[in-house]
Design a protein around this ligand. Sequence first.
Ligand SMILES: NC(=O)c1ccc[n+]([C@@H]2O[C@H](COP(=O)([O-])OP(=O)(O)OC[C@H]3O[C@@H](n4cnc5c(N)ncnc54)[C@H](O)[C@@H]3O)[C@@H](O)[C@H]2O)c1
Ligand SMILES: O=P(O)(O)OC[C@H](O)CO
Length: 314
Amino acid sequence: MSVAVIGAGAFGTALAVSLAAKGPVTLWGRDTGWSESRENPRLPGVTLPANIHVTSDLAQITQQTVLLALPAQSLGGFLAAEGARLDGRNLVSCAKGIDLGTLEGPSVLIRAACPAAIVAVLTGPSFAADIARGLPTALTLACADADAAKALQHQLSTPNLRLYRTTDVAGAEMGGALKNVIAIAAGAAIGAGYGDSARAAVITRGFAEMQRLAAAMQAQPETLAGLSGLGDLVLTCTSEQSRNFRYGQALGAGRDFDARTTVEGAATARAVAALAARLGLDLPISTLIAGLAEGRIAMEQALQILLNRPLKEE
Ligand SMILES: NC(=O)c1ccc[n+]([C@@H]2O[C@H](COP(=O)([O-])OP(=O)(O)OC[C@H]3O[C@@H](n4cnc5c(N)ncnc54)[C@H](O)[C@@H]3O)[C@@H](O)[C@H]2O)c1
Ligand SMILES: O=P(O)(O)OC[C@H](O)CO
């Protein structure tokens, strides 16, 4: 059974390349002017296999399984316009973020727009460039319907993509979204010259915040300790391949950052700060990242706020 990918950015294109090892793939993008060259400028150095059909015509997306690889803040608008034509299919969210308008994760947006769809989430530690180069990668496929989870796990695993499955959609989704916020904090610590010990503190205390918020969203703790949570947190906080980490580095160093780059953690930090206020949760790192991203506070001020918090049990 062939699959389609909506969103011809770096990640959607990389997934299409990997899935093409198993059969034909249709890749939809709103800007596909590059398609004749068979090289997407968002994924330079990768030639698309011949069995990937690139289109900007949504009517050509007729497959039963569709991966949605759009940025989290674009997904709601896309679904409002096009959700009806996708309803009833297997819709797999690949976005890592929390929608700023609704404070919901992508799976909730998809379920609202496409009530008859089977909704799943594909997430975990994975750089698009690694996947497209055929490097070994392990991801989490989450779907509340255990049988559908199993079927999608088999359909979407490829020679270099090993998928684990879970029915904990909220846990998988929260891990992927929140790690981006903490990756900005880790990058900021490095960019400001605070050192590797500070980064380790940010990763660990950031993980505690991820667990706290995820628990409040009914996620299972063990999901946060898996690929979609801890796994992706470690990757993103330790690699300059990560856009969130590099954005954090720029914030920490007081440098500009290319505003066209997709940095999911910046908007998600603001969503997390709003959720923290709504739910009465103490999420100091994420809340400070929201302030840094909005330019409301400076790096040195953020550090002093964290260091001067009351001492407490770990
Ligand atoms: N790049 C990675 O390594 C990677 C890995 C795992 C997950 N992800 C996740 O995948 C999602 C997409 O990231 P990406 O790296 O592909 O981003 P990207 O910046 O490379 O591409 C984003 C794509 O989305 C398209 N787009 C944006 N708004 C749109 C809209 N309203 N309608 C149609 N198309 C729209 C853009 O034209 C672009 O092609 C993010 O949530 C990201 O966290 C990325
Ligand atoms: O480049 P980033 O920071 O969006 O990270 C990409 C992936 O989410 C890493 O798993």
